[in-house]
Structure formats: C-alpha cells, structure tokens
Design a protein around this ligand. Sequence first.
Ligand code: NAD
Length: 353
Amino acid sequence: MKEHKIAVIAGDGIGPEVIREGIKVLRRVAELDGTFRFTFTEFPWGCEYYLKHGRMMAEDGLEQLSKFDAILLGAVGYPGVPDHISLWDLLLVIRKHFDQYINLRPVKLLKGAPCPLKDVAREDINMTFVRENSEGEYAGSGAWLYRGKPNEVVIQNGVFSRSGCERVIRYAYELASREGKTLTSISKGNALNYSMVFWDEIFEEVGKDYPQVETHSYLVDAASMFMVKDPKRFQIVVTSNLFGDILTDLGAAIAGGMGLAAGANLNPERTYPSMFEPIHGSAPDIAGTGQANPLATVWAVSQMLDFFGHSEWGKKLVDCIETLLVEGKTLTPDLGGSATTAKVGDAVTALLK
Ligand SMILES: NC(=O)c1ccc[n+]([C@@H]2O[C@H](COP(=O)([O-])OP(=O)(O)OC[C@H]3O[C@@H](n4cnc5c(N)ncnc54)[C@H](O)[C@@H]3O)[C@@H](O)[C@H]2O)c1
C-alpha cells in the first residue's frame, strides 16, 4: 500500500484546531480508498516553541522535514513574538529552502458561500492564482542604514531572476493550456521600470511556446478593480510574490472569506516536500473557543490529494465543502452557523461516504 509521509506543523492559535480536522479528513479518505495511507509526524514548532527555545523550529528542522512527502501547516504567529520573526524563521524559510516556488491558490465561489459583491454571478468567480513564491519583493534583500539617526535609510530590493520568472510563468502557461483556460499576467511595468518590464517581457517570450493559450495583461491596480467589478475576466492568473499575496486575500474576500481560503506551496519537481496550508493566520481572537472554521484546511488537504495524484478525492472534498455550504446546517460562526470546528470536520468525513 502506498504511504504518504506527512510532517505536521500545527503552529499557533487556531492552527492546531483546524489541523486536527484536516488530519481527520485525510485519515477517512485513506480508509475509504484503501490503496494508500498517511502517516503523520507532528512537530511542535511555532511561537510557543520560540518562547522556550529562542527559535521557531529545531536547529536541524529543515533536515528533519526533508524526509517527508509533504508538510501540512496550520498557522504561525502569536502576540508576544514579532510577526516578522514568526513568518521569516518558519514559513518563509521552509518555502525558500524547499524551493516551493509555486503558490497555488484557488479563488472559487462555491455554491452557498457568502460573497460581498453585487451583480456578480457565482460562476464568475472561478480563478486559480499562480503566485511566484521564492523571490520578488519577498527575497529578503536590502539594508538598514544609520539606524535611529536622522539620516536613517532602509532599502528593500525586489529580486527577479530570469530563471525565477520563467519557471513560474511557464508553470502557469502549462496549467492554462492543460485546462483550456485563459492566462492573465498581473504586473506593474509602468512604475516598476526594471522588475516588471522584465516580467512582462518574459511573459511574452514564454507565451511563444503556447500559441493556443489566450492571454491578458493587467497592471495590478486595474486588476484589483476588475477582480471586484468584473471577476469573470480572470481564469488562470500569474503574478509576483507581493502582488499575489495581496490579490489572493482580495480573492478570499470575494470567495467566501478567510475561513475558506487555501494555498499550496509547491516544488513541482518534487525534489523537496511541498507544503499545504489554510491561508488565514492563527486568529488569536477566537483561539481556544472552538469557533475556527476548518474548511480552508479541508480545501488545503484537497490540494494535497491533487498533488499526490488522488485528484478524484481532491474534487470530492471540495464537493463536500460545497454541500455543507448549501445545506447551511453545520457551519462555524464566520459563515453564519453555530457549529464547532470539530463538528464541521465530522460533517465533512460523514459526507465522504
Ligand atoms: N500563514 C500563516 O501562518 C499566517 C497568515 C496570516 C497571519 N498570520 C499570523 O497570525 C496572527 C494573526 O493575524 P491576523 O489577525 O492578521 O489574521 P488572521 O487570519 O489570524 O485573523 C483575521 C480575522 O479572521 C478571522 N479568522 C481567521 N481564520 C479564521 C478561521 N479559520 N475561522 C474563523 N475565523 C477566522 C480571525 O478570527 C480574525 O478576526 C499574526 O501573528 C499573523 O502574523 C499567519
């Protein structure tokens, strides 16, 4: 029987609460399928670990993780630990070290999910964001000079390499071609006259290999407006790290909220483990109350199933989420219900039958 070895970093706040449900669902899927199984190894890393050990993860943490097929991550960050430490020393270090250069985020308005937009049909919100996940504005390159002095200067560089841009853009073209969808590049070549002009050029160059794919290009400001006014323009979208980060939160807002938004950090070559996560944070305001919505985590594990080649199960999980939303009986408070995190997880596993 095929074994998928999963490293679990539940993290902080509601992280462990939603991850528990993700694991419950994966166990049930494996049980029903019968041809594969999961083993889960939990790592106690995150802010609590930091407060005890002065670091977010074990010193040899990356080496330990490298032995797994995938990483399931809850959320990291908690009051008491600066956010730039919790983000950089765990999440970003994993993304970079394991060259998870694709961040794949579905923005799809399921039936029954709330949408704040007026005059937009449900089917109009159905896009997949391919966000560059390894360099760009989040490369961590810069300097802080004359700290605390009147002439203090900070420099934050955007790093755009030819290979880095080409590989993410090519991935997006492949996806658009395979799915028979349009591809939209979002950049800002008018103002960012080096990085984004370069990005636009590479988008055109790579596109020569995919004449069958219909393409569009938008400036990021126009794209934000169209995502709200006319979201059906977007099918597959490729964009840089920072723009993708911001636009996918906008995407989450128009497609049911943070409780439904998931993301996969992929190393497509499978040289290293890929990482799957709900995109919300640790929600300290509701941690420990049983109100956390686990459906974003369920969607993230559906992406994991797709990545392992079990896409029939991946689809089934998204269908289960949709059924729960349409029935409206077992939902957490963020979606207008009164069910607990565990009850929603139970409802998903029950529907899988
Ligand atoms: N990927 C990550 O691990 C990640 C992402 C974003 C923020 N963070 C960290 O999380 C901490 C809190 O950040 P924040 O408050 O800005 O964002 P957040 O996503 O944790 O919370 C924002 C709001 O959404 C609600 N919310 C989030 N997830 C929910 C869920 N599953 N069910 C129901 N409601 C949910 C919260 O209750 C809160 O009101 C910070 O330390 C931040 O750095 C981590």
